[in-house]
Design a protein around this ligand. Structure first.
Ligand code: NDP
Length: 330
């Protein structure tokens, strides 16, 4: 059946300005790191993309090596883009990245101009797009001069491969440098993509100040701590969950310590009093930080996206709620 986007998709969502740029982002974005690879169901992936767009999520986040195997999330996305989402290209913000391991040899990892430009070309081919809305340096490469990496990003924009540039996982000091270099080059830094959730608050230690002062936006990843900040692990590790999958190195049984589970239980009680699921409260909490423009969720099912979007019904916190949460997570 032909897909027609929900005509009311823009009615219940407030878009948020990305720093001091002209661009507005949805408060929630969808990331394709997991569950969109060649090993996953194309039908489920398609359904999740459709559902997200139908709910007003206009931003989809990719990287060269999302899969598995590497590259396959971009290929999956390309298949949907070539068909059902094709009429909607100008309503979508699509990002990709290069920085981490992608192909063998010295030019398939890092921050060189050689790697970034060729990887961007490969990503464009896999997605079938003419350009990315945002292209990122996925991580700082300490062995490449930051000037070279920023020049590569500037070139990617000037050559028409992307409209805006971003950096991900850069420290506050590296971010300040990147901002200054890009300003000189005439391609201002649009956005930073750091990890941020109730269990990982490193951005509060300097990065937020830099972004607010410089007028740069942010889109934070793993707001649910990969699913840990939901009610799913309260009674153990359920089948099919991310932590149950044997290939997972980023979230497994070892990460789910008793101490953390006790904290999740307490947070879950506060969420209940707010009339929200814990996932919804965790999303509202990251969006409450004034330096955060959008939050990128991952999902394995359509129903999770529906559940997460309901977070937007209650983004307000009382001082009392915030201090109770702070006591649990500090
Ligand atoms: P989350 O913290 O949002 O975790 C997503 C997982 O949480 C889902 O796969 C699902 O787990 C579970 N979940 C989601 N919604 C619900 C719900 N409503 N109820 C219960 N469980 C739920 O984010 P990710 O860690 O997946 O990261 C999101 C995106 O951020 C990535 O796709 C990527 O685009 C980006 N990212 C960027 C990085 C970078 O270095 N720049 C690094 C990592 C991520 P389950 O599968 O168990 O069902």
């Amino acid at each position: 059946p032909l897909y027609v986007a929900n005509p009311t998709r823009y009615e219940n969502i407030s878009y948020r300005r990305c720093g001091k740029s002209g661009l507005r982002l949805p408060p929630l974005s969808l990331g394709l790191w997991q569950n969109f690879g060649a090993v996953d169901s194309l039908q489920n992936a398609t359904n999740m993309l459709h559902k997200a767009f139908d709910l007003g999520i206009t931003h989809f986040d990719l990287a060269n090596n999302y899969g598995p195997p590497f590259g396959s999330a971009e290929s999956t996305f390309g298949q949907v883009m070539a068909t059902s989402l094709k009429p909607y290209r100008d309503e979508l913000l699509i990002s990709s990245k290069a920085g981490y391991d992608m192909w063998a040899g010295p030019y398939g990892i890092g921050g060189s101009r050689k790697y970034l430009v060729s990887s961007c070309d490969q990503s464009l081919k896999r997605t079938g797009l003419e350009y990315f809305d945002i292209f990122y340096s996925h991580c700082m490469d300490p062995e490449t001069p930051i000037e070279e990496t920023m020049q590569a990003l500037d070139y990617i924009v000037r050559s028409g491969r992307a409209l805006y540039v971003g950096i991900s996982n850069y420290s506050p000091e590296q971010t300040s440098k990147a901002i200054a270099i890009l300003k000189d080059l005439g391609t201002p830094l649009l956005i930073h993509q750091p990890r941020y959730n109730m269990f990982d608050r490193w951005i509060e230690d300097g990065l937020c100040d830099v972004l607010l002062k410089e007028g740069v936006g942010s889109v934070v990843f793993s707001p649910l701590a990969q699913g840990f900040l939901t009610d799913k692990y309260l009674g153990g590790i359920p089948q099919g969950s991310r932590a149950s999958r044997s290939e997972q190195i980023y979230l497994n049984a070892e990460h789910l310590t008793q101490d953390k589970i006790a904290k999740v239980q307490k947070l879950n009680e506060i969420a209940k009093l707010r009339g929200q699921s814990l996932a919804q409260m965790a999303l509202a909490w990251v969006l409450n930080n004034p330096a955060v423009t959008s939050s990128i969720i991952g999902a394995s099912k359509v129903s999770q996206i529906e559940d997460c979007v309901k977070a937007l019904d209650n983004l307000e916190f009382s001082q009392d709620e915030l201090s109770q949460i702070r006591k649990i997570i500090e």
